[in-house]
Design a protein around this ligand. Structure first.
Ligand SMILES: [Zn+2]
Length: 124
């Protein structure tokens, strides 16, 4: 991949990173703020707990996305971005446009997903 294309994906990833880190911050702040509602009875308290749990679960998912973006930016720095981590072939740029954090090309992704989905079945 040439430097210009790398810069293109880098700016997409940095934009997404900013977007998701902002979201994580907002959700975490909202989750923590729900401690300070001044609610007294147990019914309200349990509702607060549920809301907090949902907020933290969302944050976990966002953190995973942030980690994926971080890894992709690291691969750009290391020069391994856009190369399939499984077979070493270049990943189709249309795939990277759709999923800039992709670590595998479409063929390997399909193999990995079917392997994960069919744990009980023999692979051959
Ligand atoms: Zn591959």
């Amino acid at each position: 991949m040439n430097a210009e294309r790398l810069e293109h994906f880098k700016s997409i990833l940095q934009e997404q990173l900013l977007e998701h880190t902002t979201k994580v911050g907002v959700e975490r702040a909202a989750a923590l703020a729900s401690d300070d509602d001044g609610v007294k009875d147990s019914v309200d308290l349990s509702l607060v707990d549920v809301n907090k749990e949902i907020a933290f679960r969302l944050t976990d998912r966002e953190l995973q996305i942030v980690a994926d973006i971080d890894q992709a930016l690291l691969r750009i720095r290391e020069g391994s971005y856009g190369i399939c981590a499984r077979c070493g072939k270049p990943i189709d740029e249309r795939r990277l446009e759709a999923v800039p954090t992709a670590r595998y090309d479409a063929a390997c992704q399909a193999i990995i997903e079917s392997a994960n989905g069919d744990d009980d079945l023999p692979s051959l």
